[in-house]
Design a protein around this ligand. Structure first.
Ligand SMILES: *[C@@H]1O[C@H](CO)[C@@H](O)[C@H](O)[C@H]1NC(C)=O
Ligand SMILES: *[C@@H]1O[C@H](CO)[C@@H](O)[C@H](O)[C@H]1NC(C)=O
Length: 506
């Protein structure tokens, strides 16, 4: 088996990227320098030719891989590189010695090695559990929970057969774009516990991108409406800063139509028409930079359009303009109204027939200062929405953006949530009481089928992501069926059963 650079893998996972450990750059074989002494022109020409061909092929391959990444959501349902997953078990103990270890607390095993934790006890309130990413503990008698990170979940790499004392947990705060399988009930139903952006999940991360209410209410960057009016000659009234183009929400189509009716400054790569100042060009450092907040604050309106439309999927695209005092124009969570800071703090595109219709309303606000200013009144009074206040008050974790670690991050918090549930059931079992059962349902994540916009900007029931969405549905059904039969299965079996379901559906 190939050795995997453990630390790098873990570091990469911590940054939520997937990593291919086989792509380690090999050091070039030690050629003798004397080889290069005499080079004939013919040889030189051939060298250049090869070099040219090589670069051409490399560019072609890179180009193709980008293309397939953009469209091939469903490929990620399967693990292509099984060797990586075997390699993920990097403990040097070996399976037998891990299984014989005298661990008395429940073992919570990250099947997708999100945390990189090789194995340790962690205290969660009055109880503790043993957390690890080491698959050598798979068959340890104390192993109770297998945790999966949604974007890395592969249907052909599961701890099978699922034993009756095994519980599966899903952490998936990301959009369905990263794994369409969780848009379907059958996929959710194989889990006992969930932590997703949705309120209905067991450990909800609805406010995953909101640092705090104080941050949201901050006036630090807010400039007055009269200052914004003065800037209008130089800046468009609306700002757009998206760089993930053509996602399932089809937001770029909507904005391109809006642009025909009203000026929009687009700084991202999608519909780009204006460059960011040099100090903001680095997309990672740039978006959380104070200069970026200052730029957002100069705009009367900011387009806050998510890459996918799911209940409670809300990112910094909404919170950032609210914080900076630019009125957000929102397309995102289906129940966004009950999470906005105030009833009059944002403009929802669902309230307008079309982008043209929206543009009329925005023009009206541009000409009526008093009406525009009503949208920012809440910045003076503070958040009025009791639902949002309650959510933030009860939250026991902090966003990863925050460097003020008074509370833990949501990954650690979810681990403790699992530990407490498992320990609670252990106590009940000892006392001869019935244990509590947990069963995830569609509502724990469940995003509807993606739509797109027609050429007038009206929603239509078609999406270039229909294939990914549809295919994932049959795969989910097949996987759930195979698990319930107590089977150990491979990719071909899933594919065969999924195709059968698809045929039967037609
Ligand atoms: C916001 O509007 C909803 C109904 O649309 C209403 O029930 C609620 O009381 C309002 N909240 C505030 C703070 O005005
Ligand atoms: C976990 O889910 C399975 C079915 O999906 C169920 O049979 C089992 O009782 C659940 N376990 C717990 C502890 O809730």
């Amino acid at each position: 088996m190939k050795r995997v650079p453990y630390l790098n893998t873990v570091e990469a996972y911590k940054r939520h990227g997937s990593v291919n450990p086989l792509s380690v750059i090999m050091s070039p074989s030690g050629r003798d320098r004397n080889d290069l002494k005499v080079v004939s022109p013919k040889k030189l020409f051939r060298c250049f030719l090869y070099l040219f061909l090589f670069i051409f092929m490399a560019l072609l391959i890179i180009g193709l891989s980008f293309l397939s990444e953009d469209q091939g959501g469903y490929y990620s349902i399967f693990s292509e590189d099984m060797e990586f997953y075997e390699g993920a078990d990097l403990h040097d103990k070996g399976r037998q010695s891990a299984e014989a270890e005298a661990i008395t607390e429940p073992i919570i095993l990250w099947w997708t090695p999100l945390t990189g934790e090789r194995g340790r006890y962690k205290t969660c309130g009055s109880v503790s559990c043993y957390f690890t990413v080491d698959r050598h503990y798979w068959h340890h008698p104390q192993t109770e929970v297998f945790v999966f990170y949604g974007s890395d979940f592969k249907v052909n790499d599961l701890p099978l057969p699922k034993k009756s004392h095994h519980q599966w947990a899903l952490l998936h705060e990301e959009s369905p774009k990263n794994n369409y399988i969780f848009s379907h009930a059958d996929a959710l139903e194989i889990f006992n516990y969930t932590s997703t952006f949705r309120r209905q999940s067991d450990f909800p991360l609805v406010t995953q991108a909101l640092e705090s209410l104080e941050w949201l209410e901050s006036q630090k960057y807010v400039i007055s409406n009269s200052e914004k009016n003065k800037l209008l000659g130089d800046l468009a009234p609306v700002m757009y800063t998206h760089s993930d183009c053509n996602p399932p929400s089809d937001r770029d189509t909507y904005v391109s139509i809006l642009m025909k009716h009203l000026d929009v400054d687009s700084y991202g790569t999608c519909l780009h028409n204006r460059d960011l100042p040099d100090n903001l060009k680095d997309p990672i450092a740039g978006m959380g930079h104070k200069d970026f907040y200052q730029l957002v604050a100069k705009y009367k309106f900011s387009l806050a359009l998510e890459n996918a439309i799911c209940t409670d999927y809300i990112t910094e695209k909404l919170w950032r303009p609210l914080m900076a005092g630019s009125v957000p124009i929102v397309y995102g969570s289906l129940q966004i109204r009950d999470l906005l800071p105030d009833n009059h703090s944002a403009i929802l595109i669902e309230d307008f027939d079309s982008p043209e219709d929206l543009s009329w309303y925005l023009k009206f606000l541009l000409e009526n200062d008093e009406e525009y200013e009503k949208y920012l009144h809440w910045k003076k009074t503070g958040v009025t929405n009791p639902v949002l206040k309650k959510l933030m008050k009860e939250r026991v974790w902090q966003t990863s953006e925050s460097f003020n670690y008074v509370q833990v991050n949501f990954i650690d918090a979810f681990e403790c949530f699992l530990c407490q549930k498992v320990q609670h059931n252990r106590r009940r079992r000892k006392q001869g009481l019935e244990t509590v059962t947990y069963q995830a349902t569609y509502e724990h994540y469940g995003c509807p089928k993606p739509n797109s916009f027609d050429r007038n900007g009206r929603i239509r029931e078609f999406s270039s992501w229909d294939y990914e969405y549809g295919y994932a549905k049959y795969v989910a059904k097949a996987v759930k069926q195979l698990i319930s039969e107590g089977r150990v299965f491979k990719k071909d079996e899933i594919e065969a059963l999924a195709s059968q379901y698809r045929r039967e559906d037609k």
